[in-house]
Ligand binder design. Sequence first.
Ligand code: IMP
Length: 191
Amino acid sequence: MKLVIATSNPNKIREIREILPDFELLSAAEAGFSEDVEETGETFLENALIKARAVGEATRLPALADDSGLAVEALGGAPGVYSARYAKLFAPAGWTAGNNALLLQNLQGVENRRAWFVCAVALVYPDGRELTAEGRTYGRILTEERGKNGFGYDPLFFSDDLKKTFAEASEEEKNAVSHRGRALTALKNQL
Ligand code: IMP
């Protein structure tokens, strides 16, 4: 089955290819779609649907979108749907470091480091049918980065399942327990 992946994030594309080896996956760019879709939803699922519908309508192919992020208990679920734009939207004036540094700063002196990644996936067919699924993975935020693999918040996320950070894990180890792995497996089971 041919699917367009409605994301331009190369890390997500790489992980989705690993997790769904039996599908013929095209990136949005390969399917001729290069617009930036605005993520105006308030939930991961709304944003995944917005992206999958936009790419599906434009390419007339089944479109798969992922919207994901990190939720930190002590921060009331932040950065949440703003995970990718955390420092851009919420850093104090003059901040030049990135998202991970801001997260560490906001958790300075905070004992409760509980956190989870969430991933919502949506598959939209040209005839309008829609399938959705969600996956979560639990852990805690360390006080400094560890490991070089993965992307985003991976070096700060110590996984309950793996007993190491996602950035210390191999791609295979991460995909076996990750929010994205779990969401895509749940979606695959509905196909
Ligand atoms: P979006 O889904 O493109 O809006 O962005 C999700 C953002 O959440 C990414 O840019 C990362 O900051 C973060 N994120 C989502 N999944 C992961 C992951 O597997 N590891 C690390 N960070 C992630």
